[in-house]
Ligand binder design. Structure first.
Ligand code: IVH
Length: 679
């Protein structure tokens, strides 16, 4: 095989494995590998593609991510309009629906196809010559928005199709619904919450928000799934005669279809199917808001036709909404691990769809104002499927006379530090990040991490035991642990040796850099790079503490909101107290290199291969301290490449482009020359 053919074979194999895993995950709901194994395979494919861009396959799942962000979506007119459905809400209405149909089809037997009514967003997908070429939202039914880029990031959706006989339709337009399966939704919200970001009220909002992202990378990171429910166009004609056969056909082409589906020969059987699904609803993978009942025979559908904008041959059969009235006893503010303040309504306990609800999140102050909910109010609490209950509506007519509008608390209910909410942010936060007990675990975890104070061995298990023994109220207590040696020895599995190792690595961490120390404080928005810029700009901790908003905003890499977070951080007294205790405990650093002494300012460097005297991270830091930007790949803009042992393609590329290359010895000499390494 030629090299190209081998690469293509490798890519095809990876694409096939990834597609199989996607199918197992989304369609069968039986993942065969972990998410991280999936990611590894995905990245392997991506790496191959980066190396061999000419060999990239049309159906690769990676192509769908990493596209350019759009400035707006284009509108597209639907060739076949996307109509809506009539509704029935009870058995009587359903019988009337069936009667109307049967009257129009005298002496014919009618079968009903009964499907899940997905609670997501309707879209249309075009496959031209077997390749997914466009995805459009329903819009107003006539015109939708072109969301092809985002649609292509949906993992369970086939990017190429082929019929069972190996042929490919010239055109296939598939209709269906994009949604976020419940498990993915819960994980997304949990992850967002842990990061202190906004959570979504329900899977539908999460799916809608994700699909309408102009940047496809955001959509790609969201666990969206597509479920097909119909064929709008197929050339040449598929030859199918029923709705149920169409769904099976779509499923064979690789589309996920509803996890339940019935073909019923009477309206009584339809009712029984509806009742069954209403009971099984909590176990379903996806959120549904009812069933869709369709005449199964496609010819009969055609002869029934449409009445205004709705088909006569189909109807939605909605589930009764599960809602109940109760009163709000109180509104509390909970502080998350990253300091976000979330309002929680404490309710007079009420049964909603068989579950007693006594607490409901109100998400944020904006939501409170939108609902205008107050303590004492009567509210409708709504639960869709098994998803988190929410306050849907406030009934002002039942409002007691003496209620007051809810305000954001000025101080953290846990630590009393000021609560802050920069303009444009949806969430309010406690500014006492270093001190607040609610944020303690995250603060410690971050403080000891490798790029912060790098205290090896102070892992989560230790931290938990230390919190349990009440030895860690905040990060400064880390430097007093040696005073509690006896207590440390009582921790299970901690012998003399591990205690000594811990104390040694704590001692060692006292010598650090100003940049690492600033980073370690865990100020919101201040990552490694920003911390370095702050260190280089302000030179001393005192100067940073004293900096005003203007000065902070002028620092490279510091935006307006981050500047505010920094200011708030150093204005919270408790934080200053902890910082003071850290310095008192002996944390110190050499003065950072002043920006005027950054000889590599603005240059782009690349480090590759194995260095014998230091890790690549360390080399990167040395370069960054001199003002260089360190990038992961060689291009014509690269100023210089540092190449250790076993430097591979980057070295070849640098040589090809005539970019200067330093070996380790030369690099160290340069660092010594600039005072980064001692002579
Ligand atoms: S068939 C002519 N089947 O319900 C209309 N629609 O009110 C044919 N929906 O926005 C629609 N699940 O996206 C059909 N199994 C299903 C569905 C379904 C959800 C949505 C659809 C549309 C709305 C119609």
């Amino acid at each position: 095989m030629t090299e190209q053919a081998t690469i293509i074979a490798q890519m095809r194999q990876l694409i096939q494995i990834l597609a199989q895993h996607n199918h197992a995950y989304y369609v069968m709901d039986q993942p065969t590998i972990s998410d991280s194994e999936y990611d590894q395979l995905f990245h392997q494919l991506k790496a191959l593609e980066q190396q061999y861009p000419d060999a990239v396959q049309a159906d690769t799942p990676t192509l769908k991510v990493g596209g350019q962000a759009l400035s707006k979506f284009e509108s597209v007119t639907h060739v076949v309009p996307m109509l809506s459905l009539g509704n029935v809400f009870n058995y009587e209405d359903l019988q009337a629906f069936a009667r109307r149909i049967e009257e129009r089809l005298p002496n014919q037997t009618v079968e009903y196809d009964v499907e899940l009514k997905f609670d997501g967003l309707a879209i249309s997908l075009w496959y031209e010559n077997g390749v997914l070429t466009r995805g459009v939202t329903r819009g107003d039914g006539e015109t939708g928005e072109d969301i092809t880029q985002n649609v292509k990031t949906i993992r369970n959706l086939p990017k190429v199709i082929q019929l069972a006989d190996g042929s490919v339709p010239k055109l296939l337009e598939v209709r269906g619904e994009v949604l976020m399966p419940k498990a993915g939704f819960e994980k997304l919200n949990a992850d967002n919450e842990a990061r202190g970001e906004k959570t979504f009220a329900n899977p539908r909002n999460a799916a809608a928000g994700s699909l309408r992202q102009l940047d496809p990378n955001i959509a790609a990171a969201r666990p969206l799934a597509f479920y097909a429910y119909g064929i709008a166009q197929c050339e040449p004609h598929h030859g199918l005669t029923s709705m149920s056969a169409s769904l099976e056909w779509l499923n064979q082409l690789g589309f996920a279809v509803g996890e339940r589906h019935f073909v019923c020969d009477s309206i009584e059987a339809v009712q029984a199917a509806y009742e069954q699904i209403n009971r099984e609803r909590p176990e379903l993978l996806v959120e549904i808001d009812g069933m869709v009942i369709k005449v199964n025979d496609l010819k009969q559908q055609q002869s029934l036709g449409f009445l205004s904008r709705e088909p006569r041959w189909a109807t939605a059969y909605k589930f009764p909404a599960v809602a109940a009235l109760t009163t709000v006893d109180n509104i509390d503010w909970q502080v998350g691990r990253t300091g976000t303040l979330t309002p929680v309504a404490r309710l007079n306990p009420v049964a909603v769809g068989g579950v007693t609800v006594s607490n409901v999140t109100l998400h944020n102050i904006g939501e409170i104002h939108r609902l205008d909910v107050r303590v004492g109010d009567t509210v409708s609490v709504y639960r869709s499927g098994d998803v988190i209950p929410k306050v849907e509506k406030v009934w002002p007519e039942f409002r007691p006379v003496d209620t007051v509008e809810v305000q954001l608390p000025a101080n953290c209910p846990v630590c009393d530090s000021p609560v802050v909410m920069p303009e444009g942010e949806a969430l309010a936060r406690c500014s006492g990040g270093l001190y607040c007990a609610a944020q303690r675990i995250e603060a410690i975890r971050h403080f000891v991490s490798r790029k912060a104070l790098d205290i090896e061995g102070l892992g989560d298990r230790w931290v938990e035991s230390l919190l349990h023994l009440d030895l860690l109220k905040d990060v400064a207590d880390i430097y007093h642990l040696h005073e509690h040696r006896e207590q440390l020895l009582t921790i299970e599995k901690m012998g003399e040796k591990s205690v000594q190792n811990l104390i040694d690595s704590i001692e060692k961490s006292k010598k650090t850099t100003l940049a690492a120390f600033i980073y370690a404080l865990g100020i919101r928005g201040v990552g490694e790079t920003t911390a370095r810029m702050l260190a280089n700009t302000f030179q001393t901790l005192e100067a940073l503490k004293a900096a005003d908003l203007e000065a902070l905003k002028k620092t490279p890499d510091v935006g307006e909101i981050t500047a505010e977070w920094i200011l708030d951080f150093f204005q919270a007294e408790h934080n200053l107290e902890v910082v003071g205790r850290l310095i008192e405990a002996g944390i110190h650093w050499d003065a950072p290199i002043a920006p005027t002494r950054q000889p590599l300012n603005g240059e782009s460097w690349v480090v590759t291969g194995t260095l014998s005297t230091m890790g690549r991270d360390e080399a990167t830091q040395l370069l960054q301290a001199l003002g260089a930007r360190v990038s992961g790949s060689v291009s014509s803009k690269t100023k210089c490449l540092v190449a250790g042992e076993k430097a591979g393609s980057k070295l070849d590329k640098a040589e090809k482009l005539g970019i200067p290359v330093l070996n380790e010895e030369q690099f160290i000499a340069l660092m010594k020359q600039h005072g980064q390494i001692e002579n």
